[in-house]
Design a protein around this ligand. Structure first.
Ligand SMILES: Nc1nc2c(ncn2[C@@H]2O[C@H](COP(=O)(O)OP(=O)(O)OP(=O)(O)O)[C@@H](O)[C@H]2O)c(=O)[nH]1
Ligand SMILES: [Mg+2]
Length: 378
């Protein structure tokens, strides 16, 4: 089996049996608590990407954004249907502690599975850009890694990525758990956001997990906070309050032209999304330690007209012992990951895929700056 340099001696591979292998491959709408004044009325029409599909890819899959959102009538257009209102566009950072539901929210806003989700904290490692095109606006959301107290270099890089998104955004959504006691970590994030002077919208998530009458004390604790403009209870999982959140965010965007094509849903290339999908399946398949010790790189991604796409991914672990766990008895564990990842990739790309997974050791990559750089975390 092929093994990418420089890890030839330690790699182990899995690919599913196939006849098309790599050979030729070169709250019942919850209430909004509005702390701002003088809001204008907004259209609630939305152009959501219900049938997102890939646009044709060019030779090198390492470049530009290609995801398109298609409406039944064709691509969405930039026209603001309310001709009196100027078009708004801008960047919106979704921030919060790990596991609070940021990636679930991004997917719910886009009506498209773009960002990976798992029950484990620290699933998201890089900021994920998702574009919500509506008749009068273009909202460019950044899903971000959860903000935590960093204990090792990878975590430092994750926190840095989150705060970089904060700097680049016009509006901030701080997502919190529906708990009544204000958490010091949330307060810390809130203060950093407030220092930017940009509008903050609090999204109290997971309201499906609490009785309705428990919500008010949660909301109350954010009422007097600096630059907090709105507090919106939502359930990202149940898509409750999400449309309302989008309407509110839209109000705080600057008047300007769209930054991206208005039928585009992300700027990430296919190979980035492919690596993320493999990583998600690892987070879902393995226990505590393994997901945090793995990183996925796509070594080759080739479109082969008339054949399956060929994708070769390498899964890095930190120690030799983790390699055995990753692969599992008789290769079963890795096989499951490969199957689930391939199925999702095929759905995403709309094309059949031949996915080959390799496992290789990169000693203590989470601690080493050079490795973090080569894996794209810095
Ligand atoms: N009950 C409930 N669960 C939710 C909701 N939103 C997200 N979850 C769950 O919370 C877990 C974490 O969700 P993610 O979207 O991955 O959270 P995240 O904030 O992106 O996490 P990190 O990327 O680790 O920072 C998953 O199991 C989700 O299904 C919600 O509204 N209600
Ligand atoms: Mg996430």
């Amino acid at each position: 089996m092929i093994s990418p340099e420089p890890h030839k001696p330690t790699s182990t591979s899995f690919s599913e049996p196939t006849d098309d292998g790599p050979h030729e491959a070169s709250v019942s709408t919850p209430a909004i608590v509005n702390l701002a004044e003088g809001k204008s009325e907004k259209t609630s029409d939305s152009v959501l990407a219900e049938n997102a599909a890939m646009a044709p890819q060019t030779e090198n899959s390492n470049h530009r954004p290609t995801f398109k959102a298609e409406t039944p009538e064709g691509s969405a257009t930039v026209q603001n249907q309310n001709s009196a209102a100027p078009f708004k566009a801008g960047y919106v950072a979704i921030l919060g502690q790990p596991n609070v539901g940021k990636s679930t929210l991004l997917n719910a806003l886009l009506q498209f599975k773009l960002s990976i989700v798992s029950p484990k904290p620290q699933t998201t490692r890089k900021r994920i850009l998702g574009i919500l095109n509506r008749p009068g606006s273009q909202m460019i959301f950044f899903d971000t890694p959860g903000i935590l107290e960093a204990h090792y270099r990878l975590q430092q890089a994750l926190v840095r990525a989150a705060f970089q998104a904060m700097k680049d955004a016009n509006v901030h959504i701080l997502m919190v758990e529906p708990v009544a006691a204000l958490q010091p970590a949330d307060l810390g994030i809130l203060n950093r956001l407030a220092d930017t002077g940009k509008p903050i919208i609090i999204a109290v998530n997971k309201i499906d997990t609490i009785p309705k009458d428990h919500l008010l004390p949660v909301i109350d604790q954010f009422r007097d906070k600096r630059n907090v403009k709105e507090i919106i209870p939502i359930s990202a999982l149940q898509q409750d309050g999400v449309e309302r959140l989008a309407e509110v965010v839209e109000q705080y965007l600057p008047v300007q032209e769209p930054f991206y094509d208005t039928d585009q849903i992300t700027s990430h290339p296919e190979r980035f999304l492919a690596a993320e999908i493999v990583r998600e399946k690892i987070f879902l398949r393995y226990g505590e330690e393994i997901p945090y010790s793995t990183s996925v790189q796509i070594e080759e991604f080739v479109e082969r007209p008339g054949h399956k796409d060929y994708i070769r991914a390498i899964i890095y672990v930190e120690r030799e012992s983790q390699k055995g766990i990753m692969i599992g008895k008789g290769g079963q564990a890795l096989k499951q990951v490969g199957k689930l990842a391939r199925e999702e990739l095929e759905q995403l790309l709309g094309r059949p895929v031949y996915l080959e997974l390799f496992v290789a050791v990169k000693e203590k990559w989470r601690e080493r700056e050079s490795e973090l750089r080569s894996l794209g975390y810095l």
